[in-house]
Design a protein around this ligand. Structure first.
Ligand SMILES: Nc1ncnc2c1ncn2[C@@H]1O[C@H](COP(=O)(O)OP(=O)(O)O)[C@@H](O)[C@H]1O
Ligand SMILES: [Mg+2]
Length: 395
């Protein structure tokens, strides 16, 4: 698929912007701070309802404005569709597909697919587990948008279970310094409620873990191949799932097994039973997909803490390229590939190899401060970005 037109209103630094695009390669060139990333961030947001730079919506709306609008004409196999999103910080966002308003913004997921690679992706290798969980879940949703619903259900149930743990803590906690007389009936009721939340959370959580494991299983061959290609064959890059479930199940998963969802649910309930005291003590849920991680390894060593800067970059790039190739195979159409300001960070060899890997993608949007950093094979049509204006002519 490709973006034929991108239109912004009060998004980031743009009062308005209208950009006419084509399939193939397009490069946005301009000095730092002029609005190149803002443009591609808008495309990424429309595709995933999340930004690669901020967790909150407020910074996406131009300072002084109350809402931002991103509108795009997306062409897939010759059919064009208009996709529109209104970002209203503090209120519900609104989405439209064609002319039709959608009940929930997340119903536009799937209308545009992007894979975006940016300097922030170094955090996939060097950052917290939350970065890697987000990578998996976003790819899951890009592949099958219905997972957005399960993801948001899980977050809601988790919040409620944590609230319960916090409120029931004084009732359930043993060995507190002050002597508290606990009403046995109240304790019984609190434990019963906890059990109910356990089964909800185990149900949705295990379906999410199962989906992540299937995804990782499908992604892995692309990952090692992409890493080898980017780094010219000095590879053995692999990703294994680190589960917060108790020992036996976590070991099976680390060994690459994808257990049945029922087995995962049972293991979740068993682990809940084992960690109950700790959870009550701390007032948070210690088991489930929100506590899991992805272990990235180069050969036998973890990438985090061991890989060089260049290797870490190649790993992050390998993950994104693998995601692109998996989606290409699965969807039967290419997602729009965005390379935001990445060439300045890569050495000449990696630049050339990356260019060779992606030049056949249906549409590639590249941003760069220095045009010469982009390999000639990827230069394509050039737009010049200056202070929030995007034009085909140099300023
Ligand atoms: N919500 C906003 N309102 C107004 N300006 C913004 C907003 N968010 C970012 N900017 C401005 O956008 C510019 C950064 O644009 P960006 O696309 O990141 O630049 P680059 O061309 O280096 O990629 C900065 O000057 C910043 O102040
Ligand atoms: Mg930028």
């Amino acid at each position: 698929m490709y973006l034929r037109h991108l239109s912004l209103m009060d998004f980031r630094s743009y009062p308005t912007a209208e950009v006419e695009l084509q399939p193939g390669i397009t490069t946005f060139v301009g000095l730092n701070g002029q609005g190149k990333t803002n443009l591609v961030e808008a495309a990424g947001y429309l595709a995933s309802l999340s930004s690669h730079r901020v967790a909150q919506d407020a910074p996406l709306v131009r300072a002084g404005a109350s809402q931002a609008i991103i509108r795009a004409a997306v062409v897939r196999e010759g059919r064009e569709q208009v996709v529109e999103l209104e970002i209203n910080p503090g209120r519900a966002n609104r989405a439209r597909l064609g002319r039709a308003p959608l009940t929930r913004p997340r119903d536009i997921l799937g209308a545009l697919r992007t894979v975006l690679f940016a300097p922030e992706d170094l955090a996939l290798v060097k950052g917290d587990p939350s970065e890697r969980r987000a990578f998996l879940d976003q790819l899951l949703i890009a592949r099958q948008p219905r997972w957005a619903g399960a993801r948001s259900d899980y977050d809601k149930i988790l919040k409620q279970r944590n609230a319960l743990l916090k409120s029931a803590m004084p009732l359930l906690r043993k060995g507190t310094r002050r002597r508290v007389d606990r009403d046995p009936q109240e304790v019984e009721a609190a434990l019963h409620t906890l059990d109910v939340w356990n089964s909800h959370l185990a149900e949705v959580g295990s379906s999410l873990v199962y989906a992540r494991l299937r995804l990782l299983h499908d992604l892995s061959p692309y990952l090692s191949k992409a890493y080898d290609e980017v780094s010219a064959g000095r590879g053995a890059a692999q990703a294994t799932y680190r589960s917060s479930l108790y020992d036996e199940m976590a070991t099976r998963i680390a060994g690459g097994e994808v257990p049945e969802q029922d087995a995962l649910r049972e293991a979740t309930l068993e682990t809940f039973a084992q960690v109950r005291e700790q959870e009550v003590e701390r007032g948070i849920t210690l088991v489930g997909p929100h506590r899991d991680d992805l272990l990235l390894q180069l050969g036998d060593l973890p990438a985090k803490g061991y890989a060089s800067h260049g290797e870490s970059w190649s790993f992050a790039l390998g993950l994104r390229i693998a995601a692109f190739q998996l989606l290409r195979t699965d969807l039967g159409t290419d997602p729009v590939l965005v390379l935001d300001d990445v060439f300045a960070e890569l050495d000449a060899g990696r630049r050339e190899r990356l260019a060779a890997m992606v030049e056949d993608a249906e549409q590639v949007l590249v941003t760069a401060a220095v045009a010469d950093d982009v390999p000639p094979a990827l230069t394509g049509r050039t737009f010049h970005v200056t202070l929030g204006s995007v034009s085909r002519e140099p300023a």
